[in-house]
Design a binder for this molecule. Structure first.
Ligand SMILES: [Zn+2]
Length: 213
């Protein structure tokens, strides 16, 4: 049996333009044999949250210690994180394809938001107010709260035609297209864009009889 590559939760490219999509991009190749999941335990979720700056370093340390001391808490965080991630991924993918998210997924997002708000504090910020979470009040909510809020803000306040899924084969990553003319197609040009270009080039160069793809 092939050993899975180590989790890259702490080094994944953050190309989603929004926290919610960076979070969905902690898995790739969903449903394909090349599938990789970088969230494999509660600690991976904390590692990603620090990497994506959902948690400040100090809060990351607090969350890490709380999870290390309570395996049930770590397991619950992972289960909630994966359910939220897949809910946001389904929602984003269906919108990118021109469809409408299911009522079940909208309800799941609403329920997670409500659960996270029980640990949030309305906090002054730059002349206004924001929801803020402290890891000590609940490490799961401190991580999943900002992610859920990002997803809900996208759904309620953004131009949905900018929500896109990478066109790379078996990629599945989501991003919010902030280009002026909404022309972005790839998660990363250097990864999926070039791969697609090379594939098209090979198809053009190969004699027809040898075409197997
Ligand atoms: Zn891609």
């Amino acid at each position: 049996m092939i050993q899975p590559a180590p989790s890259r939760a702490g080094s994944l490219p953050l190309i989603g333009s929004e926290i919610a999509f960076d979070f969905t991009n902690t898995a790739s190749g969903r449903g394909h044999e090349s599938q990789q999941d970088h969230l494999r335990c509660g600690a991976d979720v904390v590692v990603w949250a620090r990497h994506a700056r959902v948690l400040a370093p100090g809060d990351g340390d607090v969350a890490k210690q709380m999870l290390a001391a309570d395996t049930a808490l770590a397991d619950r965080l992972l289960a909630r994180a994966l359910e939220l991630r897949e809910t946001i991924h389904r929602t984003g993918a269906v919108i990118a394809a021109g469809g409408e998210p299911t009522a079940e997924d909208r309800d799941r997002l609403t329920a997670e938001h409500a659960a996270c708000l029980t640990r949030a504090r309305l906090t002054p910020h730059q002349g206004g107010f924001v929801w803020a979470w402290a890891a000590a009040d609940g490490p799961a909510e401190a991580i999943l709260g900002p992610v859920t809020l990002s997803a809900l803000t996208l759904l309620t306040q953004s131009d949905l035609s900018r929500i896109k899924q990478c066109q790379g084969e078996h990629c599945g990553w989501l991003f919010f297209d902030v280009t002026k003319n909404k022309s972005r197609r790839w998660c990363e040009m250097e990864v999926c864009g070039n791969r697609a270009k090379q594939k098209a080039l090979r198809a053009r160069l190969r004699p027809r009889a040898e075409a197997v793809e």
